[in-house]
Design a protein around this ligand. Sequence first.
Ligand SMILES: C[S@@+](CC[C@H](N)C(=O)[O-])C[C@H]1O[C@@H](n2cnc3c(N)ncnc32)[C@H](O)[C@@H]1O
Length: 509
Amino acid sequence: MGIASRPKSKVEFGDFQTPMSLARAVARQVAASGFAPATIIEPSCGAGGLLFAATDEFPAFSTALGLEIQPRHMAAALERRAGRQDEDRITVIEGDFFARDWAETLGAVPDPLLVVGNPPWVTNAELAAIGSTNVPMKSNFQGRSGLDALTGKANFDISEAMLLRLIDALSGRDAMLAMLCKTAVARKVLEHGWKKAAKVESAEMYRIDSIEHFGASVDACLLMIRFGRPNVQSECRVFPSLGAKAHEQTLGFRDSRVLADAAAYDRWRHLQGEGPYRWRSGIKHDCSEVMELVAATEGLRTRGGEPLDLEREAVFPMLKASDLGNGKVPAPTRWMIVPQRTTGEDTSRLSRLAPNTWAYLNSHADRLDKRASVIYKGRPRFSVFGIGEYSFAPWKVAIAGLYKKLTFHVIGPHDGKPVVFDDTCYFVPCRSEREASIVASLLNSEQAREFFSAFIFWDAKRPITVDVLARLDIAKIAAEKGRLSELQEVMGGTPSHEAPMSAGSLWAK
Ligand SMILES: C[S@@+](CC[C@H](N)C(=O)[O-])C[C@H]1O[C@@H](n2cnc3c(N)ncnc32)[C@H](O)[C@@H]1O
């Protein structure tokens, strides 16, 4: 179900009550670790599934507390409590997680302390869309800068805000945090704990099937963090399911960040560095219905079928992630209008150099002017981004950012023109086919693959990013493979981002 079609309170409170079978499996997993709590806290307890599963699993507990913001759920939890023989040891109260001083609340209860829960599955952006105020008071709790806030990086999960507060309050205690959450949230929470030197003794993630349990397709897990003596290893084993005996992955914390494969990082960290190539993303225009054209036998057409007679200088064959992500790369069938040579260049020069293209863009100006992203504000009309001399390099080594495949492709000119990419792809520019094929074979090598696997979280929305790609120094991998002099020869001694790519710069001055 789309967010817009769900009831407002369900969205606002990220309200997916944990089914009892899952709640019991969570409690069993905690027990299997050997942890036995005196205190049990459920900070957004809903109707109490996890709270009562935990009190049932650990009958020797001395005190339990459930907090819930929605009165109807709190009433349901109170009803479940009524008549239990441990009733007098369980408190359920109505309240807002963000209004509570957790250091004080947790300071008042005895260790060992279990904080168990399933915090709301909703982001601050989704809350903003429905005008909700169910957000932490200081919503920039991650300390993001203004630009990140503008570009949406400041979007965060409400559960992340809750878990970070709990981590801070639990550091130094004999305690366990056991929370159902998105795997991406779990990683951020772990990173925070490790960065802040919270006394994390051990950490484990158990993947759960969120479709089966919640009817929602999200990569989710049970995150279990044991607080106590700090562990110098800073590692977290990831298990494929609750109850699984063998782990499938070990996350690690190195150089201030969480890594997907700590062992691979330790093996290949010497390949890190800036290197002679700079990764670029493809061209961003946010208006494919106008900017992207289809090649038909009689010439170019709009995607809607309108035949066009545009100047050849203004259009370039293009590839998208879907072309790069599925095995063999097909010949381009789409073309892109590229109205600039560099970011911010005055586009009105097209009226003189490419009058048909200028007329076409003006006839669709209403669509282009409506592009919502703030990056287009105050820029020349019809501007694009991710554009520079590198866009016109004749040869490129490219990869799709959205696919779960680490394959680099050599892309050469098509129909006498350099191929461009949309912003779902990343590439390095090359001067010749030989250079591109050497770079691609280095990037596709086993060593490079292992190096990248240290950084890539395959369950992320965009697993491959410029940030990950830029970590590998291509000259160092060439040295590792005994191919450094070959690489230096094809580079002509110039880093590719400094070399002129004149072969592809087809725009007349
Ligand atoms: C994903 S549900 C899980 C409920 C319960 N923990 C369980 O496992 O069944 C999230 C719960 O958090 C509650 N909630 C949302 N925002 C809250 C807040 N600011 N303070 C306390 N509870 C909140 C919702 O009402 C909902 O019951």
